[in-house]
Design a protein around this ligand. Structure first.
Ligand code: HEM
Length: 286
């Protein structure tokens, strides 16, 4: 047990791994804040509902973070980041499990009601399927399972993409008529999918983030338009037009674009700073 816990902040050789430790601290932070808010009676009049929403949000955030590790390694040229993929992936599954537990608590632990609700309510059914798949990926994320499953491991772990679709659809369905947050997270997911589809030589280029996030922004606006047109009585054209009104408030599509702009700026600056710090090797010096 002690060894398993120490594995949270150590690398394969047993050395302290600061990046991994920081990832674990980040993973625990939202749960600690939620616990403190609960103890302080700061979760409003429906504390369990508030907790379900909070934990659901963090499930999606850690899910997206886990998918961002590979691009971040390419942009920052930092192979040390790779263990974070597993840390954030397992964290996603844990938060999804906690989300289900809180839902169970909200239903008074009546297992028959919980089961029938999950079967009968479509948004819960897809959430449940996503949760089971996340659990399977978390359990098989170890080196042992990777060795045992060989090439099938990669195939199994490609399930992250359909899991993302299910989780985000669950997010939209429960949000009903205000899908801004769901649309923004979906836009980030689109950007991550587009990054994977981009030619390999582009993947480490900061500037490639601009067309990627521009396309992801367009796809976000189209998704929102389709959602409001098909699932609500709100005029989708007004929502679409609001994307251009960037001085009033930023809609999800421009938010995705701004995220890409900021990220490419940060990566570009870091590269420029690192290039300046490299001491030129003078041929034949000394
Ligand atoms: C058995 C599995 C699941 C159950 C029973 C469940 C249940 C719920 C419920 C009851 C809500 C609140 C709905 C409302 O208040 O009207 C909710 C919201 C949410 N769920 Fe789930 N869920 C499950 C799985 C998942 C998974 C796998 C994810 C993410 C990948 C997820 C992400 C979310 C998000 C983001 C919200 C909205 C949070 C917000 O409004 O801020 N859920 N879920």
């Amino acid at each position: 047990m002690q060894i398993a816990i120490a594995g949270l902040w150590r690398d394969r050789a047993g050395r302290f791994a600061p990046v991994k430790a920081a990832g674990v601290a980040l993973a625990l932070y939202p749960a600690a804040v939620l616990l403190l808010r609960a103890l302080a009676g700061d979760l409003g009049s429906r504390p369990i509902t508030e907790a379900i929403h909070d934990v659901g949000d963090w499930t999606v955030r850690f899910f997206l973070l886990s998918l961002t590790v590979t691009p971040a390694r390419a942009w920052l040229d930092m192979p040390k980041l790779i263990p974070l993929r597993r840390v954030f992936g397992v964290t996603t599954a844990c938060y999804a499990g906690l989300h289900l537990l809180l839902y169970g608590a909200d239903q008074g632990w009546n297992l028959a009601t919980i089961a029938s609700e999950i079967v009968l309510r479509f948004y819960l059914t897809i959430g449940f399927v996503a949760l089971l798949a996340l659990g399977a990926l978390a359990v098989t994320s170890t080196d042992g399972w990777q060795r045992r499953l060989r090439h099938r491991w990669k195939q199994l772990h490609r399930l992250v993409w359909p899991i993302g679709v299910l989780g985000l659809f669950h997010y939209f369905l429960q949000a009903k008529s205000n899908v801004a947050a769901a649309a923004f997270h979906t836009g980030l997911f689109y950007a991550l999918v587009l990054w994977r589809l981009a030619p390999r030589r582009w993947q480490s280029k900061a500037v490639a983030l601009l067309p990627i996030t521009a396309l992801a922004g367009l796809a976000t606006a189209a998704t929102e338009f389709a959602w409001y047109g098909l699932a609500t009585k709100i005029n989708p054209w007004r929502v679409l037009a609001a994307n251009l009104d960037v001085f009033y408030s930023l809609r999800p599509a421009p938010q995705v674009l701004v995220t890409g702009l900021v990220l490419s700026g940060v990566i570009g600056l870091r590269r420029w700073y690192r290039a300046r710090r490299v001491v030129p090797v003078v041929a034949g010096g000394g």
